[in-house]
Design a protein around this ligand. Sequence first.
Ligand code: ZN
Ligand code: ZN
Length: 258
Amino acid sequence: MLVDSHCHLNYEGLIDRQPEVLAAARARGVSAMLNISTRESEWDAVVATATREADVWASIGIHPHEADAHPDMDRAKLVARADHPRVIALGESGLDYYYDHSDRDQQKRGFRAHIAAARDTGLPLIIHTREAEDDSFAILNEEMGKGAFPALIHCFTASADFAQKVLDLGLYISISGIVTFKNAKELKAVAATVPADRLLVETDSPFLAPVPHRGKPCEPAFVVDTANYVAELRGVSLESLAETTSDNFYRLFNKAQR
Ligand SMILES: [Zn+2]
Ligand SMILES: [Zn+2]
């Protein structure tokens, strides 16, 4: 039994065949999925899916790409919308300097609003960071100093040094299908060495299909392929990795029931 800690079931490519996608995941032993929101207009749909499907949970958040489109997003709005039995997380939020789709100051403002909401609600924050390690760490370090909050770095692609720094702050690390790509050498090393009690796996579907599904839209069923690859890197069985990462999921996202 595996948990996909990060998927976008309401994105194009999955929404149009959601029943089929959920059935395929269940058939491969995926016991739970966390359906992530990225903009306010998505929140109702993401919560509705989680309300309809017992094994799907929801997050409430604004992706850094969408920061410019949500100039009024603040902690109060996030906290209010997260007050729902199927919402177990905040995010994804963070900083993305690779695409720079939103102004960097707006991204930082949004990131800090999500952190404040995570502190208020006790819900874990799902963090997206790409080509923004220095600023992401500076904000996390400063904000943790003001009051700890639970968090994870999703779809980890940063350096081993950044991994160590966020682990030291108490964060979890989630590994996506990128780990199966040939050129992801440093990520393979990180996936092999993250402490067993801080490791999660995810698809980030419909993006980033792992080997051997490259070129297809990614879907939660493929978390099994990523988990299998990570298990081999760590020299453990798939069953053992599934148990460890599921335990970690329910410890971190402690509003979710098994
Ligand atoms: Zn992301
Ligand atoms: Zn995502």
